[in-house]
Design a protein around this ligand. Sequence first.
Ligand code: IPE
Ligand code: IPE
Ligand code: MG
Length: 255
Amino acid sequence: MIKRVRSWWKQKDPQLLPERSMDNVPEHVAIIMDGNGRWAKSRGLPRIVGHQTGMKAVKRATIAADELGIKYLTLYAFSTENWKRPKDEVDFLMRLPQEFLAIELDELIQKNVQVRMMGDRDGLPQHTLNAMEEAMRRTAGNDGLVLNFALNYGSRKEMTDCMKELGKQIQEGRLSPDEISPELIDRHLLSGGMPDPDLIIRTSGEMRLSNFMLWQLAYSEMWFTDIYWPEFNRNHLYEAVAEYQRRTRRYGGLT
Ligand code: IPE
Ligand code: IPE
Ligand code: MG
């Protein structure tokens, strides 16, 4: 059965959506948005066109997540390893957040979306940070979908920083080693305050985590697709969520 769903972002031509079940919707969905470069290459275009086009997929994914009632959407936008790429590409990627927010921030505010950022701020150019901070400040009072950008994010760096901080607290006598627990570690990670992702999606056919949320993904359901990120649309998210809803999570126990 097909039904029409109205989205909160103005749509030129509302699409027909597959039926969705609102039972057991994942609370937190994380996406490794991969394949921009290959998408562009397959069309004889420069890689940056893939990144530019990928922004439209960010918007589609955000709309679809909101429609589904997902509470947290984390998008892996730039890893701590992506600095290894040519400077031109990195510079381009660092300009995308402000470009995206210049177009979308007003709508995000209006639609009650809360923008957050998870990553190492120190390495980011000031202009990128300014755009993210403005978006976070202006959406801080919203309590709808949390749109969390993993920007200059790397799980090993995150865990290293967490260990350093806990080590410092022990050294200063503010913490005893016996008090270290998974919950305490959770609170000291960049994702602190958010539940672990229920569902992790990676596009472009790659089946690896590439240093993404290694601690938080311990019991997440995984969904992979061969399509490249610029082609990702709401139906893909619906499909991933429908598949998630058919899975049984056991957490090491029995059903
Ligand atoms: C994902 O697409 C975007 C970033 C990693 C910033 P890629 O740029 O990795 O595209 P491929 O994997 O080379 O096709
Ligand atoms: C992971 O993609 C990082 C992001 C999507 C931001 P990469 O393209 O950097 O990952 P690898 O190099 O293929 O593992
Ligand atoms: Mg890639």
